[in-house]
Design a protein around this ligand. Sequence first.
Ligand code: SF4
Length: 406
Amino acid sequence: MQTITVDKTITTITAGAGYNLKNKVSNGAPGMVKRLLINWAIKCNIFWLAILWLRRPGTIWKVYRKMIKTRNAIWDGNMTKIYKVDGRYHYSLYAPGWPSKAYNNVIKRELLRHTHPDLSAEKPSFIFLAITRKCPMRCEHCFEWDNLNQKESFTKEDLLQTVKLYQQQEVLQIHFSGGEPMVRIKDLLDIIAFTSKKSECWVLTSGFNMTAQNARLLKQAGCRGVVVSIDHYIPELHNLFRGHAHSFSMAVQAVDVAKRAGLVTALSVCGTRQFITQGSLLPYMDFARQLGVQFVQVLEPVQIGHYENQQVLLEETHIQQLEQLFLQVNHAPEYRKYPTLLYHGFHQRRIGCFSGSRSVYIDSAGDVHACPFCHTRSFNIIDHIRSGQHALPQKENQCPRFGRIA
Ligand code: SF4
């Protein structure tokens, strides 16, 4: 494995960049022995669920092996990084915490997918739901750009109905986004209180309005975690990218108060050509480690929304650097204390994409797409609800970018 080196000068500048790193809250990573034991227990749990639901010994072993093979293909090996937050272990943003009913149901869904692909194909395990069109940011890469800051489409009742419809299909995890979902904090709290009885809830935010009190209220309502967008570890560059003079300080504060409230925390960063070419990847991981988050998600820029018709797609050399970072941070022993790195492009280019089949994206106008980055409108959920229908129509199930469904 080729390694990427850290520019310590940049990291030192970052450490003095105006945020307080004192009294850090632990990210919940257990020691090595416990980590291995927990991973072993999770695999036993999967095997036990396979016995319960598949029953035939030949099928149990075959499907179990297939699932472990898929998991290893996603991470390129045995991924053992894991975090304990509020009684549950998390190894990914897109799997509910273990142990939980939602986790077991995700595994059940995957087991059935292997044995009865047609039966499970129409049931997404998680959705991204954009609850508002309002947003105080003006981000360079915004994929909701065309919908922003217009009259709201969803009423609170529409949102509750949408959740209800997807929960009838046993959706297990819901990520609330926008616009900026925290501008609608009162509705968001009510919706999470309703949703969290059956599904794990996450909030995707720029950090706006994430005060200590709001973080505690989110936690009390049943929210499990937050994903905070920070697109550079140098405050001025992040603020420039987000088109807002205070977005960096708001985002860093959001991480801090969310951690203190007992929420799982993740950073999301848009890996632009410039960001990668300037050697910012590893310093960013250093920054994320200092903030004490559990996960970092790197998203590839795509030509939609504010980036439409722009030359933003990564070239082979950028992708190679991202893949090296992904392997290094997740598997090399010297990066054991760094947050887990999610880079979807890694598995999408090898085994296909999970969006469309396992998830859908509902934008702030109510249009249902395969994912936030592939706008493949299938139907409008608001029209559907207001026409009094109680079952969901056929959804988009294809990935137009990577072709293959994993
Ligand atoms: S990317 Fe998110 S935070 Fe940025 S302008 Fe768009 S909706 Fe707002």
